[in-house]
Structure formats: structure tokens, C-alpha cells
Design a protein around this ligand. Structure first.
Ligand code: AMP
Ligand code: TRP
Length: 325
């Protein structure tokens, strides 16, 4: 029996290379060794700014890009959260064992409350409880995510413990799984790459768009002249090389930068080539799927059917344990 993993991504705008390197690429690599369930978490997106008129379009875009990045429907279940309605029922049950103080101290809640201070809704606070329900309804043991989600996974473990202690052993305590590149920085070199800060390279950006963004991207700020030695350890462009380039390019750039033998523009050009190498096949596959949306819809439908079976079974058990029939 393979261990089960679960992970999710919001349909809230362009999927960027931070998502790809920090999450989706790892998911694609785990499909042979684990039983995998991956999800477009549309209810999560509702806690932030979203437009109901284009929600379905966003869901289709996110699904298409994930499949183009390597999710293979024959080796995973891939579906839309709101199609398996049991997630929300379990969320309610978990709400009733989650201390409100735990939710108020979540870093992401605090950050997003600042960011959307006119709309600090209960959903924003409750977000990690829905996330715990996403994971635990499948009794998933491993959750591959980027570093920003660690605190939420810890809370998920606490919710599992609390539920088990109150109603009897039911859920495992899932572990977060972090890849080597768990926090990709944005092009500003200061903040995490994210949709909301607009400091990202999109997986579907064209080569021209990427070059425009790379040209103004921050590098090692202490390096003024081309011949100054640079420090790759603090250079964001180098960290992207480390995540995406071939081993010999990485070591060449590393050594040449320290000796002032390669300038930032040439280093960026090499990165541009690596990005093009990675993203061209993804963009081609995405183009094909955008022209064949019925294929994507069928994948999501099959994924929801597979997942729903497991979710229903868990909810039967949970209803009995909590005294509901
Ligand atoms: P989101 O776009 O917030 O739904 O995130 C989807 C997945 O991508 C989650 O596992 C995040 O942890 C991961 N992720 C998002 N931004 C980054 C980043 N800048 N670096 C690494 N992983 C990220
Ligand atoms: N909160 C995650 C994010 O913003 C997305 C998510 C929702 C998720 N439910 C999940 C990730 C369950 C892992 C497991 O990135």
C-alpha cells in the first residue's frame, strides 16, 4: 500500500514559477511513489478578492496549467474542491474543535488581513480549518507544499489530535513535505514570489515577457560594476538558476559570478534560456488543452468521482463518531 498525499492550489490568478518550483513540480515527481490527490481549491479563493463571473475560467486555467506542468490523471486524482462537497461538512465539524486563538495567530491570516483590510471575513480566519478538512477527509499522511504553508499543516495536525482525543482515533497527523526550493523569492528580491505582489514570472508568460521581467529583476545589490565579484548566495537570479538550470550551468555561473567573470545581464540571459527550456513544453501542452477544454473537464470529473468515494466513506465514519446519523 502506498502512502497517500494531498495538496491544493488556489485558482486565483496566474500560476507562477514559485508555485511550479515550490509545489507542482514536486507533486509531479511524487506520482509514482504515492497515492496522489491534487485539488483546485476554489472555496479557499472565495475568502479573498474574486470575481464570480470569471471564477470558472480561473478554475479551468489553473487546472490546465497544472496538467501541463505534469500532473497525470492516470497516476493521480485531480479535481475541484467544491465538486466534493464533503470538504465543507468536515470543516464545520473541525470548526467545533478548533480554538479561535489558534486561527488568529496564523501568519497568513495576519498578512492577508492587512492586505485586504476592508474584507477581513470569517472565511479568511477559517481558511486553515478548511485546509485541514481537505487533507484529513482523505486521511492523507503527506502534504507537499511550499514553506508558507507549514504553519497551516501544523494546525492541521493539532486539529487531527484534538478530534481524535474527543471522538476517538480517526485521523492521521499529516507531515508537510518540503522540496529543496521551498521559498522562491519574487523579482524584487525582497518578498516571496506571489500573485498578489505582482513580482512573479508566470508559467505561461512568453519568452519576450520573461526577458522584460528579468531585465529589471534584482540581483546582488552590492555588485555595481560588471567586473565586481558578486555573491551568488544572496542573488535571487542565482537561486533561480539553482532551481532550474543544468548542473554545469549552475556551477559555471556560481564560479564566474564570484570572480567577476560574468555580468548580471549575461547571467540573466542564461537563466532566460533555462526558463525557456522548461516552460516551452509546458506552454505547448497548455495551448493544446486550452483548445480542448473537454479533456480537462473530463479529467476533473473523473478525479472528483474517485475522491468523492473516499470523502463519503470518511464522512460516514465521522458522522457516527460525532453522534450524527
Ligand atoms: P497558492 O498559489 O497560494 O495556492 O500556492 C500553491 C502552492 O505553491 C503552495 O504549496 C505554496 O506553498 C506554493 N508556493 C506559493 N508561492 C511560493 C513561493 N514563492 N515559493 C515556493 N512555493 C510557493
Ligand atoms: N492554502 C494553500 C495555499 O494557499 C492551498 C491549499 C488549500 C492546500 N488546501 C490545501 C495545500 C490542502 C495543501 C493541502 O497554497
Amino acid at each position: 500500500m502506498k502512502n497517500r498525499i494531498f495538496s491544493g492550489i488556489q485558482p486565483s490568478g496566474d500560476i507562477h514559477i514559485g508555485n511550479y518550483i515550490g509545489a507542482i513540480r514536486n507533486w509531479a515527481q511524487m506520482m509514482d511513489d504515492y497515492e496522489c490527490i491534487f485539488c483546485i481549491v476554489d472555496y479557499h479563493a472565495m475568502a479573498g478578492k474574486y470575481d464570480p463571473k470569471i471564477l470558472q475560467q480561473r478554475i479551468m486555467e489553473a487546472a490546465t496549467v497544472n496538467i501541463a506542468c505534469g500532473l497525470d490523471p492516470d497516476r493521480c486524482a485531480f479535481f475541484v474542491q467544491s465538486h466534493v462537497i464533503e470538504h465543507t461538512e468536515l470543516t464545520w465539524m473541525f470548526n467545533c474543535v478548533t480554538p479561535i486563538g489558534e486561527l488568529q495567530r496564523m501568519t497568513q491570516f495576519k498578512d492577508k488581513s492587512k492586505h485586504q483590510n476592508q474584507n477581513i471575513n470569517v472565511g479568511l480566519l477559517d481558511y486553515p480549518v478548511l485546509m485541514a478538512a481537505d487533507i484529513l477527509i482523505y486521511k492523507a499522511e503527506i502534504v507537499p507544499v511550499g514553506e508558507d504553508q507549514i504553519q497551516h499543516i501544523e494546525l492541521c495536525r493539532e486539529i487531527a489530535r484534538k478530534f481524535n482525543a474527543t471522538f476517538g482515533e480517526t485521523f492521521p497527523e499529516p507531515q508537510a513535505h518540503l522540496g529543496k526550493h521551498k521559498r522562491i523569492m519574487g523579482l524584487d528580491g525582497k518578498n516571496k514570489m506571489s500573485k498578489s505582489l505582482n513580482n512573479y514570472i508566470g508559467v505561461l508568460d512568453t519568452d519576450d515577457e520573461i526577458w522584460k521581467k528579468l531585465k529589471s529583476a534584482f540581483t546582488d545589490e552590492n555588485r555595481i560594476k560588471k567586473t565586481d565579484p558578486g555573491n551568488p548566495d544572496i542573488c535571487n537570479i542565482y537561486s533561480l538558476h539553482d532551481a532550474l538550470s543544468e548542473a554545469d550551468t549552475i556551477s559555471e555561473v556560481n564560479q564566474d559570478c564570484r570572480k567577476g567573470r560574468i555580468g548580471c545581464v549575461d547571467c540573466k540571459k542564461k537563466l532566460h534560456q533555462s526558463l525557456s527550456f522548461h516552460l516551452t513544453p509546458i506552454r505547448d501542452k497548455a495551448d493544446f488543452l486550452f483548445n480542448n477544454p473537454d479533456k480537462v473537464q473530463e479529467i476533473l470529473k473523473q478525479g472528483a468521482m474517485k475522491s468523492k468515494k473516499i470523502a463519503e466513506e470518511t464522512m460516514r465514519e465521522v458522522r457516527i463518531k460525532t453522534g450524527f446519523r
